[in-house]
Ligand binder design. Sequence first.
Ligand code: ARG
Length: 580
Amino acid sequence: MKEQLEQLLADAIGQIKADGVLPADQTVNIQLDRPRDKSHGDFATNLALMLAKPAKTNPRQLAETIVAAIPQNTLLAKTDIAGPGFINFTIAQDQLKQQLEAMMTSDRLGVEPAQDKRTIVIDYSSPNLAKEMHVGHLRSAIIGDAVSRVSEFLGHTVIRQNHVGDWGTQFGMLLAYMEALDNQEAEYELSNLETFYKAAKQRFDESPEFAERARELVVKLQSGDEYCLKLWNQFIDVSLSHCQEVYDRLGVKLTRADVMAESAYNDRLPGVIEHLKEKNLLVEDQGAQCVFLDEFKGKEGDPLPIIVQKKGGGYLYATTDLAAIQYRQQELGGDYLMYFVDARQALHFEQIFTLARKAGFIEGDIRTQHYGFGTVMGKDGKPYKSRDGGVTKLADLLDEAERRALSLLQQKSSDLTESQQQEIAKVVGISSVKYSDLSKNRTSDYIFDWDLMLTFEGNTAPYLLYAFTRVNSIFSRLGETGFDQTADFILDDPREVALANQLVRFNEVVHQVYDKAMPHFLCGYLFELAGRFSSFYEACPILNQDNEALRNSRLKLARLTANTLSEGLDLLGIPTLEKM
Ligand code: ARG
């Protein structure tokens, strides 16, 4: 609908250019928003305000000229000019009904598949395996997973890549510590990687012999020593199973098969250096191999190197990422590489993307994009910490979420058994953590606040999950009798119209989430949908409605609402509940 309207406006602009109202070479960016006031129609544009100057007229005047130039159509019921020159559009009811009908009969709620189908390689989660996953790993996993789901839903081929860090110098320290423990002890201590890491680090800082051994072991590991590789494999395996537990609890679709660790690129690294050398991009600087690109300068305009090989021959994070770009394109066939990584790595990605293009690692129509995100903050405005001031393990955070959700549910009167409540609390707890993250603008920092995420009020998971159970309960009360799904939609009450208008936006919103990699658009949409449903439900009787035609129409609206809520939540990686 939005696209059709955009087309009408484009035609109108074409017309007024032909009429000489606007210079023919004037670029026009047609943008449609929601009207300020819901009662003022379905779409609004500020085109007349933007173009009044080049048209050498006042915005209201121009708005009238644009409106007059809109071709005859069946899409619009009404066009109004408001305020200083906003144009507000009301979609014709026939159109709205047609769209609802199309959603009703579609198995994808009328969401159109993407036109430009891509093979998208999505790098997300990608934690460092030396430590257990902590709160800082939440956003990449959750946001990356939601965008993967949306991309798949739109018909793209999605290849997930978990670029875990498994090859840094820290591993020497961990191996030395493993070695110092006997087998049984090691197994026990590895069950909590966080304390294992801390203990190893303490030893490393206190004992020079231990530190020496740690350094020895890294060198041996990196030169392929079998004993070291065996210890290391053991460690990596434990660490990956910790990650997998977290993914499973979070409902994040990553599996072991998606792991493509940093170390997996080892064999390709010399080739990367070789290639850069051939392209005359390498410069030796204090023994290290570097690339200097004109695009990147330090604060004082001093050259900023991308170091690809250290003095002793060791490779770096950037080198591995260059190899990964090559692999993702050449071997995975990716033509769109997405990276869900902390915004603080923005410069790193800009550098390697620019370099990859210069060096010919990526060519032509291959898209590369770093989708950064802000930091999870505590209420004190500093990065989120546990009560003892340490980092919060994700597993502990999720435990706490489940506990808190249980007590939230216990405060609410319900006919659920205790064990049902416990099951439901798991879903509500985890979903609350996920949803509170997804509902924030990806690029901003946000404050992690248990009270705000675990409440039935506002744009939260409990609110939406509960809203779904309410719509759903209509159908369980309806039971076997069912309703006539082929009945016509009747949109007489303004609340029916408002709900219908929101429902038909689903297609547009899902595409928007994909285009910007911003799941919060979908959250905002679902929240608004649930709100409009609730106003409709209060004002418009459904099951105790004697008018058969009206009852069927309202049941259809409720059906579409339930389906859209559950599809929308599923795209965010959040399951729905039958009861709560
Ligand atoms: N392991 C890295 C870290 O914890 C993130 C990796 C992101 N992906 C990548 N291809 N660089 O910071």
